[in-house]
Design a protein around this ligand. Structure first.
Ligand SMILES: O=C(O)CCC(=O)C(=O)O
Ligand SMILES: [Fe+2]
Length: 924
């Protein structure tokens, strides 16, 4: 069989297991080397041995693709291959004794211990053998208690990994000490966990970190690595071992194979902990260069049960064969650079399966087809662990032409030009990615709201400042209208057992929900807290000094750096795998810890005006919510836990400001540190968002708390629009529930006030600071916010002419959609129309005419054609478009009600909105 006639695609398709050696020979043509797209032609099997075996020396060492263990929930859109480790990773430490002189290229091979012996050792009854333990301890962070070495990681000559290594010939084009900084700054390795980063299953970059496979190899022009994945944890030893063949479902294999077939160069990155790296590096992660994939093949090994199994190996060849590689040792150029045509690797056809493959190993040719009976059978008995690559295989070079590099290794900086009228604002997701410092090439995250600062610990002072443009109200209105359209109408979702009331007055529509506590043995529960949403009327928003103005002055205060927002470490602080929060934070008044410690920057006496205006508004909201709760509880006989929901309101002494760029969010959390007072109130300014509450795990509340967290739906969820305030009243809300907020636009501020009880603070300094910094200055105390008019909100319903305080729903339906006729938040049809009209009016005269257009179209298509959709509001709410599709699928009855056109409108709307939001491609 002649593989050349099939072409690579056919080959893979015809052999669904795909366990075949694939090499560039698959692409060989009979044309001349210069016209061939890849390389010189070579006859098919059998091929006479090329010139080979010169003076290359061997050492025994090896490495594998793996890395550290971040639990980042980043939105990598592509495949991560989870890192793992197997016995191979352990063997080299026991066998790396022999270090032969370097010359041409260096082969690292562990040949002294067979896999079965290692397996026996590892599985020995008394646990891990001392030598292995020592290895773990010294060299294997993944096996120590703490999965990552502290930051700063290996840097400088004193570091254990680097100390003995010689200086490098050159400098890496890009370096980083933090995994997240690397992921943020370069497009070709955005994976937080795996070693292979791919996009649409096309490999972009491969990280060669500390754990190496038996026959991994790092030369100046050629790199060979085993493909991670497919290993399982050995119960007895805790080690990752291979028990079965890898198979083509391995995502890493697929991604590499696709890059190979597309002849797409990939970027290799080396971790300083990689034992094969021969030179000293200053920082942990170091970009090597672009490489072509020249071979992917199956290597055989023996598992613990003595069976022959298969895993993938991949050979990379540096694209630039002309210059020295930076990772060669400094000094004389001792490493010859091989060129295409100098060496040929023997190819032979298997008598049994009739496939050709290269003679990869020194020990002779073997069939590399895992399905073939002759797979990995050598002409004479061979210790598989002692296999070594043939020199011809290592030295052969391929000729590639016309395969341009996908992008520069050092990405371009975000440009100030993008922040232009009608264009981006500076808070789109594009601007939250990291940068590669143009001075020192160190990867730096977007830590500060205002600008990028080089994070190089060696002290680079580079700052990239791109001014953030003011986001006008009409943009926010367009976002809000789009958000409404996306879910077709405004709504609130509450679950069984949630009590809900609506009312209005003082310039707001209000809804209050009472959250149930745990159910006791008799099946009864009380209520542990209330959540009140205050939605401002149009006038409340637009009047001079109203909420629109507050949003503008908030933007000014931030721009003028009176408020300094920054992202803080959320996980693994100080380690290589440190992750930042998605949102930016600034704390004013008493200090407040929630998950991440947010250091207090200033007291209320030095806070900028919008912060104090927000404080006064939130004080009113918190106090009103407390009073309404007290009233509802007595009027409706609600079985309330008064210890959690006291009747008295405590003045706030703290404000936490959260800033959100596009796609920033705050994941499920509670606000409940022990010092927290009973009331927490938040003002939303800017882009709309979705807030959700759900019972914590294993609380006896509803069915949700026993579900896996991925499936645990919210018990209460609602949209927060610009100007909305939310007051949570009840300390036990934070014991029983957690909440999250997902903003939907490009700029949102959440200003949250709390009372932090100084008397509960153990630390005297903190207590004093809470008292001084948290004190509200007289000036602001004398100017309280009292609502929008002088009506007494709590007066009798007749006074306002509305049936206020009506019980809307009690422990019944799955959702509330208050009829438009009713008061309250969900006076939908009318309110929506007004918002949309406004947005159209504003949008048509402003930059975002596109958005206005879509809204008009969508309105024509949808709003006039509004149908009452009996679908789960919650589902529509949560997942937006995706969920909508799911619902259509699972509920065929709906299809008759929703036209294809409606569906397309929603999808087009989402797509256009995301494209008008910016061309940024990095999700960070
Ligand atoms: O962004 C928001 O509205 C929520 C903020 C929040 O949950 C918090 O600050 O704890
Ligand atoms: Fe919170």
């Amino acid at each position: 069989m002649d593989r050349l006639q099939h072409g690579p695609t056919t080959l893979v398709e015809k052999r669904p297991t795909g366990l075949t050696q694939t090499s560039l020979y698959d692409y060989m043509t009979t044309s001349s080397p210069l016209t061939s797209p890849i390389m010189s032609p070579q006859s098919s099997a059998p091929v006479s041995p090329g010139t080979q075996m010169a003076d290359d020396s061997l050492t025994d060492d090896d490495f594998n693709m793996s890395d550290d263990h971040s639990d980042d929930e980043s939105d990598d859109e592509s495949v991560d291959v989870p890192d793992d480790m197997d016995l191979d990773d352990v063997i080299p430490a026991l066998t790396t004794k022999k270090q032969l002189p370097l010359s041409n290229e260096v082969v690292f091979n562990s040949g002294l211990m067979t896999r079965s012996r290692a397996a026996k050792l590892a599985a020995s009854a008394d646990g891990t053998p001392p030598a292995l333990q020592q290895f773990y301890h010294l060299q294997s962070p993944a096996h120590s208690q703490d999965p990552s070495p502290p930051f700063p990681p290996p840097s400088g000559p004193d570091d254990p990994i680097n100390r003995s290594k010689p200086e490098a010939h050159g400098n890496p084009p890009v370096t980083a000490n933090l995994r997240a900084a690397l992921n943020n700054a370069v497009p070709y390795h955005q994976s937080h966990q795996g070693s292979i980063y791919s996009s649409n299953l096309m490999a972009q970059g491969v990280l060669l970190d500390a754990f190496t496979g038996t026959r991994d190899y790092l030369g100046n022009q050629v790199i060979i690595t085993s493909v991670a994945g497919g290993r399982v944890r050995d119960e007895a030893t805790g080690n990752m071992i291979r028990v079965a063949s890898q198979g083509t479902n391995n995502q890493g294999y697929k991604a590499l194979s696709n890059a190979f077939h597309a002849r797409r160069p990939v970027v290799l990155i080396v971790g300083a902990g990689n034992p094969l790296l021969q030179v000293r590096v200053e920082h942990y992660y170091n970009v090597l260069d672009y490489f072509h994939i020249t071979n992917i093949w199956s290597e055989g090994s023996i598992n613990a049960a003595g069976e022959l199994i298969q895993h993938y190996m991949v050979r990379f060849e540096r694209v630039d064969l002309a210059t020295r590689s930076w990772w060669e040792t400094a000094g004389a150029d001792l490493n010859p650079r091989h060129q295409p045509g100098e060496y040929h690797c023997r190819v032979q056809r298997c008598d049994n399966c009739h496939f050709d493959n290269d003679e990869i190993y020194d020990q002779g040719w073997t069939c590399l087809e895992p399905d073939c009976e002759r797979f990995f059978q050598f002409p004479f008995e061979v210790d598989l662990d002692a296999l070594q690559y043939s020199q011809a295989f290592l030295r052969r070079r391929f000729r590639f032409t016309n395969f341009p590099l996908p992008q520069p290794l050092v990405p371009e900086l975000p440009s100030a030009l993008s922040v232009r009228p009608g264009g981006m604002f500076g808070t789109e997701k594009h601007f939250k990615r990291g940068i590669v410092c143009p001075l020192c090439f160190y990867c730096s995250r977007r830590v500060l709201w205002h600008e990028w600062r080089c994070e190089n610990p060696s002290g680079c002072e580079y700052v990239l400042h791109i001014p953030i443009r003011e986001v006008p109200m009409n943009h926010i209105m367009a976002e809000t209208a789009a958000s409404i359209l996306r879910r077709r109408q405004k709504f609130i979702h509450t679950d069984n057992d949630v009590l809900a009331f609506t009312t209005f007055g003082q310039g707001y529509d209000m809804a209050t929900f009472y959250l149930p506590g745990e159910t006791d043995a008799r099946g009864e529960h009380d209520y542990v807290g209330s959540i009140t949403i205050f939605r401002p009327t149009k006038t409340t928003l637009e009047r001079p000094g109203g909420l629109n103005d507050l949003f503008m002055s908030m933007q000014d205060a931030v721009r003028e750096r009176k408020i300094n927002l920054r992202r803080n470490p959320a996980r693994n602080k100080g380690h290589r795998i440190e992750e930042l929060t998605s949102h930016f934070t600034s704390n004013i008044g008493a200090d407040y810890k929630f998950g991440v410690v947010v250091a207090t920057s200033s007291g209320f006496d030095e806070a900028p005006v919008p912060v104090m205006q927000a404080l006064n508004r939130l004080t009113w909201a918190g106090e009103t919510a407390t009073k309404m709760t007290t009233r509802d509880v007595s009027r409706h006989g609600i079985n309330a836990d008064k210890a959690s929901m006291p009747d008295e309101f405590r003045e706030f002494n703290e404000q936490l400001i959260l800033g959100y760029f596009e796609e920033s969010k705050i994941s499920y959390h509670d606000d409940g540190e022990k010092e927290l007072g009973p009331t927490v109130a938040t003002l939303s300014l800017g882009s709309p968002s979705v807030m959700c509450f759900r019972p914590k795990k294993n609380k006896r509340i509803g069915p949700q708390s026993t579900m896996h967290k991925k499936n645990r739906p919210p018990m209460v969820s609602f949209v927060l629009e610009h100007g909305d305030m939310v007051a949570m009243h009840g300390t036990d809300i934070h014991k029983h529930y957690e909440h999250k907020v997902d903003p939907e636009g490009i700029m949102r501020y959440a200003l949250t006030c709390r009372y932090i009880r100084p008397e509960m603070m153990a630390d005297e300094t903190r207590r004093q600071l809470a008292l001084t910094k948290g004190a509200v200055p007289e000036f602001w105390k004398n100017r309280p916010y009292l609502g929008e008019d002088n009506l007494d909100l709590l007066a009798s319903p007749a006074a306002s002419g509305h049936a206020d305080g009506d019980l809307v729903m009690e422990g019944a339906a799955n959702n509330i959609m208050v009829a438009p006729a009713a008061n309250g938040l969900a006076a939908d049809a009318v309110a929506n129309d007004a918002v949309i009209e406004d947005a159209i009016a504003a949008g048509a005269t402003a930059d975002n005419a596109v958005v206005a257009d879509i809204i008009t179209t969508a309105q024509d298509n949808e709003m006039t054609n509004e149908v009452s959709i009996p679908m789960s509001v919650e589902d529509r709410f949560l997942g937006g478009i995706t969920e909508l599709n799911d619902i259509w699928r699972s509920n065929p009855g709906l299809v008759s009600q929703l036209s294809q056109q409606d569906r397309e409108t929603v999808l087009a709307l989402a797509a256009t909105l995301s494209s008008t939001a910016g061309e940024g491609t990095n999700s960070t």
